[in-house]
Design a protein around this ligand. Structure first.
Ligand SMILES: NC(=O)c1ccc[n+]([C@@H]2O[C@H](COP(=O)([O-])OP(=O)(O)OC[C@H]3O[C@@H](n4cnc5c(N)ncnc54)[C@H](O)[C@@H]3O)[C@@H](O)[C@H]2O)c1
Ligand SMILES: [Zn+2]
Ligand SMILES: [Zn+2]
Length: 370
């Protein structure tokens, strides 16, 4: 069948919309009709070449849709099921999945190659075989994906909101709740309020943090953070540092969660300085794979027993945490509607990313047309 999709051919070039060919689902695979796709900064890292992916690649790794057809051996979902995709597949049996660490499932090894297990490329077109971002490629009307990337959700959930739980929400929420392990009474600083950071704010607040300090140079972001659980908001790390020192009587924050669009040593150092003894610095934002974004005085890390941790998909287990987080949306404890700034058609995907880079959106969402 045919599918219209947003493709990156060359780093630094505009994303192109193209009609491509899609093969049917084989063993363990499903055909999904994507209804919605979120605009996350990580796709821009691929388009800009920060994350070196195999090209051409159909972008998009935050997606929701409806299962149309399943291949042989598929047990996790059935035709008609509403699903949210996880940007990391989970096999369920590798040593990481088996020990409750699905976000580092061995199947994640090829998310930037974009093929399905067995170097299988269901998408082909004028330039040969096309990979799919994170093995899902949600900026496409249809996709053929592994059943390990699809999580069944309640039929009555609005997919236009639930889509955010494919990346931004669990990544941000889990960065606070799981990786920083925020506890009641904590002081938590969140650097960068995009689709990821706003959910770190929501997660920290829900976990019981007393002070949630949001740092973002943009006024609209700070306002949204204050609306959704931050207790303080600052434009610069320096202002935040002063306030944190004061509000903790010099003890420093318990955790700093770094969710800026492009991670650098300056923000890592700011987070490191903001946390006190025993404090945790969580690196969620990305940069070029080998860029040295951490330049810290190790002796202070030791003497103050600080730690610096990476967080992937918020250290969530998609099979459990996607439905769990959606349950919190249903109960009103987590806000999704309020964090979607604008919707776009697939043809407007470049405009959507221009808006993201200009800081206009907390989250933008592509609404697919069929
Ligand atoms: N680790 C993971 O699993 C994972 C998953 C998804 C996204 N990411 C990464 O997380 C980062 C955030 O993604 P997003 O979609 O929320 O991006 P975004 O562009 O929507 O938001 C980033 C925000 O950071 C702010 N910012 C930039 N520099 C800053 C600074 N020095 N101090 C404070 N704020 C600053 C921007 O104004 C913006 O509001 C990206 O690097 C993305 O690739 C990581
Ligand atoms: Zn993402
Ligand atoms: Zn696994």
């Amino acid at each position: 069948m045919k599918t219209r999709a947003a493709v990156v051919y060359e780093p630094g070039k505009r994303i192109e919309i193209e009609e491509l060919d899609l093969d049917g689902p084989r063993e363990g695979e499903v055909l999904i009709r994507y209804t919605h796709a979120g605009l996350c900064h990580s796709d821009i890292h691929v388009a800009h070449g920060d994350l070196e992916a195999r090209l051409p690649m159909v972008l998009g790794h935050e997606g929701a849709g409806i299962i149309e057809e399943v291949g042989p051996g598929v047990t996790r979902v059935a035709p008609g099921d509403h699903v949210v995709c996880s940007f990391i597949p989970n096999c369920g049996v590798c040593r990481y999945c088996a020990t409750g660490r699905q976000s580092i499932c061995d199947m994640g090894a090829t998310i930037l190659e974009g093929y399905l297990p067995g170097e299988r490329f269901p998408i082909t077109g004028p330039r040969g075989q096309y990979g799919a971002m994170c093995m899902i490629g949600t900026f496409s009307q249809y996709g053929v994906i592994s059943q390990t990337s699809a999580i069944k959700v309640d039929d009555d959930l609005p997919l236009d909101k639930a889509v955010l739980v494919g990346c931004g929400v669990p990544t941000g929420w889990g960065s606070a709740v799981n990786t920083a392990n925020v506890a009641p009474g904590d002081t938590v600083a969140v650097y960068g309020v995009g689709g990821i950071g706003i959910n770190a704010v929501q997660g920290a607040r829900y976990a019981g943090a007393k002070n949630v300090i949001a740092i973002d140079p943009l006024e609209n972001k700070r306002e949204k953070a204050m609306e959704l659980g931050a207790t303080h908001a600052f434009a610069t790390a320096a202002e935040a540092q002063e306030a944190i020192t004061e509000m903790t009587r010099g003890q420093g924050a318990d955790s700093a969660i770094l969710t800026v669009g492009l991670m650098d040593a300056e923000v890592v150092t700011a987070g490191f300085n903001a946390v006190g003894k025993g404090g945790v610095v969580v690196l969620t934002g990305l940069n070029k794979v080998m860029a040295p974004t951490i330049q810290l005085p190790g002796t202070i890390l030791t003497l103050f027993r600080k730690s610096v941790k990476g967080s992937l998909f918020g250290d969530c287990n998609p099979t459990v945490d996607i439905p769990k987080i959606l349950g919190l949306y249903q109960s009103g404890d987590l806000k999704l509607d309020e964090i979607i700034t604008r919707t776009y058609t697939l043809d407007e995907v470049n405009e959507g990313y221009d808006d993201l880079l200009a800081g206009k959106n907390v989250r933008g969402v592509v609404v697919h047309e069929h």
